[in-house]
Design a protein around this ligand. Structure first.
Ligand code: GLA
Ligand code: GLA
Length: 709
């Protein structure tokens, strides 16, 4: 199964617990903004210190020298160099070449490839090959193979067939990763490591179950406690032995299911740590360690798994259709928020993929626009997957830069153009990073809790998140997406569209933010559950009811839109509506429902209340796009957020990076016709190489402005 289908199938299992065949679409800051900008920029700088001979922005390709005769390598590397490709990721599926039989290692070929790349000024990111165990390993030790949800053992022939808990598999992983590090940990041309590739598939074997039970025991202490937190009196679920507790997939108790997702997250973290521990002692500190995440993939908590990494990175694929700049920007920001610093796009599509329904090609110029969008959002590298397709293997149809004949395909020219851009102006980006006044909170607990019990199959959290993001991004032009437990002090506005799981500790954290002057916006379904995914005994938003001076009286999944009117104008509630009730005379009603089911008629839909030096606002309905825009206008105004750049026409997308005493704006025209943009004042247009006070951007056109004011 290809990765993208896999995402969809996994989502299916999460959501199908209630029997519905719904497919999902598939740290702390220093206290002040300026301190934060400085520290992120410094961190970003350190990361790149080791590769100072390269541009601050790196362009890469996934290269598989093990698939080709050595005599071909120089040709490939020459073509890469000619496109200004400055790094290649290699090795991540080459286990059978690195360890052809148990305990016999061969890295000479890899050393040669790395050296040859160095001659072409191409740095190397080394992938550990553990997503593709060799046949000898799984044949001799079938216990290393994962068990699927259907109870069947995976077989050799695809990838990701290993069990993430298997001690024997982990031993082999540590061995190969350690051997690689011993050989390449001081290689000057190796700049970093990618552990494994796209963690995804848990195993549902008996050993994993035992580990889960032990994990629960460590967490809950006693079965009485667990039984109580999960309300196991319901349907005779009561456990009197830890060994009775099942894995948390399937239509199970919501408490059990939430803990199972947390267990999976911890297990991937320890799977990864096993390899970090094998590499770190032999690797120069300048070599970063990362892994490639998959956007909003929901089968583990990326905040947990990214903790031990030096750098976050992700694989940015469009699949079918064209790029949605808001969704893509949101996902970049999710990645930047993982480590609160710049990140990498470790893979992106060279035109087309092979795993979508219809594998259409990106429009000419669209990939370049995407590359620059990534940079604008804080990426310091963009890598194309893959350089050249293997002549056989599961991905023969996937996009590449070079054809089966070994010469460039048309798309190569677009990558070359990006390479020229990076070579020309990449240096300006060194030590810069986006700095935002707005934070959007994203919580895995809440995402899981809602997905387990959607209540309306139209309630898609990624769409909700994207709608909030799009409205706010358009106005603020810069947003951080962060873990709700992050330090929020630097933000003028904090928006939590879906904070369903809101335990007391998190409520206190949010209240502290509001008390010192923050503006907190909560979307529907907020403050309903505790950390065990149990219903709170207060009405929503739970521990925030007093601060809000109001509460949710009742929630309603909607069959059809309900009219809304008030301070933000007129429009509709869609998909979801909550009847709110104010309990404090100072609480203001911003929107009310019109006539509908009788229950909602004339009732409050949005409440706002001053609290401490700040304000807390609860939006009880999903809003139509126009009203969402009005709501965003109000949020921005109320919290005094300044747009990063200033007014631009629709379809023009601006991002800002700051640091080293300068400001850079990346401007992209995502429309397919030319657009004229007036700048707030004259700036240096770096790509054009001249001072400009306005610009005409062609379809998918890009300009980068240096603002020294
Ligand atoms: C059935 C069951 C009840 C309950 C309801 C919910 O009637 O017997 O236990 O689950 O459905 O609608
Ligand atoms: C993922 C994988 C790559 C490749 C691409 C194809 O990102 O990491 O190995 O399979 O998908 O799009």
């Amino acid at each position: 199964m290809n990765p993208r289908d896999r995402v969809r199938v996994l989502s299916f299992f999460v959501l199908s617990a209630i029997g519905m065949a719904i497919l999902a679409l598939a740290a702390f800051y220093p206290a002040s903004l300026s301190a934060r900008a400085r520290s992120s920029a410094a961190q970003a700088g350190n990361e790149r210190g080791a590769i100072a001979h390269h541009n601050a922005l790196l362009l890469g390709a996934a290269w598989y020298p093990e698939q080709w005769p050595e005599s071909r390598w120089d040709k490939d590397l020459s073509l890469m160099e000619a496109a200004h490709i400055t790094f290649a990721r290699v090795g991540e599926f080459a286990w059978s070449r690195m360890e052809p039989s148990e305990g016999k290692f061969d890295f000479d070929w890899l050393a040669k490839a790395i050296d040859m790349a160095a001659q072409h000024h191409i740095a190397i990111v080394l992938g550990t090959p553990t997503a593709a165990p060799p046949a000898w390993l799984t044949q001799k030790y079938p216990d290393t193979l994962r068990i699927g949800q259907d109870g069947r053992r995976a077989q050799h022939g695809n990838r990701q067939q290993f069990s993430f808990t298997s001690p024997r598999y982990r031993k082999f992983c540590a061995e190969i990763a350690g051997q690689m590090a011993k050989r390449f940990g001081h290689n000057p041309n190796v700049i970093g490591w990618q552990i494994d590739n796209e963690y995804a598939e848990p195993s549902f074997d008996d050993y994993t179950k035992e580990l889960f039970q032990q994990w629960l025991k460590a967490r809950y202490g006693t079965l009485d406690n667990l039984n109580d937190r999960w309300t196991t009196a319901y349907w005779s679920q009561t456990y009197d032995n830890w060994s009775e507790i099942p894995l948390g997939n399937g239509p199970n108790n919501p408490g059990l299911r939430l803990e199972f997702m947390r267990f999976i997250s911890d297990t991937w973290a320890s799977y990864q740590q096993n390899q970090i521990d094998a590499i770190r002692p032999y690797a120069d500190p300048r070599q970063f360690i990362t892994t490639n995440f998959m956007g909003f993939f929901e089968w583990f908590d990326q905040y947990v798994v990214s903790k031990a990494l030096d750098l976050a990175s992700w694989d940015d694929y469009v699949g079918e259709g064209q790029v949605n700049p808001d969704m893509n920007g949101l996902t970049h920001d999710l990645n930047r928020g993982l480590k609160h610093k710049n990140f990498w796009v470790m893979e992106t599509q060279p035109g087309a993929v092979n795993w979508a329904g219809i594998n259409n090609f990106l429009n000419r110029g669209e990939a370049r626009a995407m590359a620059w969008q990534a940079i604008g959002h804080g990426a310091d590298a963009v890598e194309y997957w893959q350089w050249r397709s293997a002549l056989n293997g599961q991905e023969e149809y996937h996009g590449t830069l070079v054809g089966p004949d070994g010469t460039p395909v048309p798309f190569y020219s677009e990558v070359k153009e990006i390479g020229q851009d990076f070579a020309k102006i990449g240096g300006e980006f060194r030590g810069t990073t986006p700095v935002s006044q707005v934070a959007l909170l994203y919580s895995y607990d809440s995402r899981w809790a809602i997905d387990f019990q959607q209540h309306s199959d139209k309630y898609d959290q990624l769409t909700v998140l994207r709608d909030y993001y799009a409205a706010l991004r358009k106005r603020a032009q810069s947003i951080d997406v962060v873990n709700p437990y992050s330090n929020l002090d630097a933000y003028k506005l904090v928006v939590a569209p879906d904070l369903n799981v809101l335990p007391e500790k998190l409520a206190q954290h949010l209240l502290a933010y509001v008390r010192q002057g923050g503006n907190l916006i909560l979307g529907p379904r907020s403050g309903m559950k505790d950390q065990y995914n149990a219903l709170l005994t207060q009405r929503q938003p739970g521990y925030l009811v007093d601060a809000l001076g109001g509460r949710v009286e009742q929630y309603y999944a909607l069959l059809k839109d309900v009219p809304l009117s008030g301070e933000w104008g007129n429009g509709d509630a869609t998909i979801w509506a909550e009847q709110l009730g104010a309990s404090n005379p100072d609480t203001q009603v911003l929107l009310r429902y019109g006539a509908t089911n009788g229950w909602l008629d004339g009732q409050s839909a949005v409440l706002t209340h001053a609290y401490g030096k700040g304000r807390i606002t609860y939006i009880g309905a999903l809003l139509d796009p126009n009203l969402m825009g009005k709501a965003a206008d109000w949020m921005i105004r109320e919290s005094g957020v300044k747009p990063a750049f200033g007014p631009v026409p629709d379809g023009i997308y601006v991002s800002r990076r700051e640091g080293q005493g300068k400001t850079l704006f990346v401007m992209i025209n995502f429309r397919r016709q030319e657009q004229h943009v007036d700048l707030p004042h004259a700036m240096q247009a770096l790509l054009a190489g001249r001072e400009e006070s306005s610009v005409d951007l062609p379809a998918y056109g890009v300009e980068v402005f240096l603002d020294r004011r």
